[in-house]
Design a protein around this ligand. Structure first.
Ligand SMILES: [Zn+2]
Length: 58
């Protein structure tokens, strides 16, 4: 089971405390991606930014 506190990146499957909610295609599918993947995908021509998700500490 994956807890709500952390998410795995939809690109690289890495668990991260801060995730970026983005779309990069026309399927209206929101992906949560880590900072590393966000740097790469933010150059995508169809990139749409949907907000930042942060894990709650403690
Ligand atoms: Zn990633």
């Amino acid at each position: 089971m994956v807890r709500n506190r952390t998410k795995a990146c939809d690109q690289c499957q890495k668990i991260a405390d801060v995730m970026y909610r983005i779309q990069v295609d026309r399927s209206a599918w929101w992906q949560f991606i880590c900072n590393d993947c966000w740097k790469l995908l933010s150059n995508h021509p169809n990139y749409i930014y949907g907000g930042t998700w942060k894990a709650r500490k403690r």
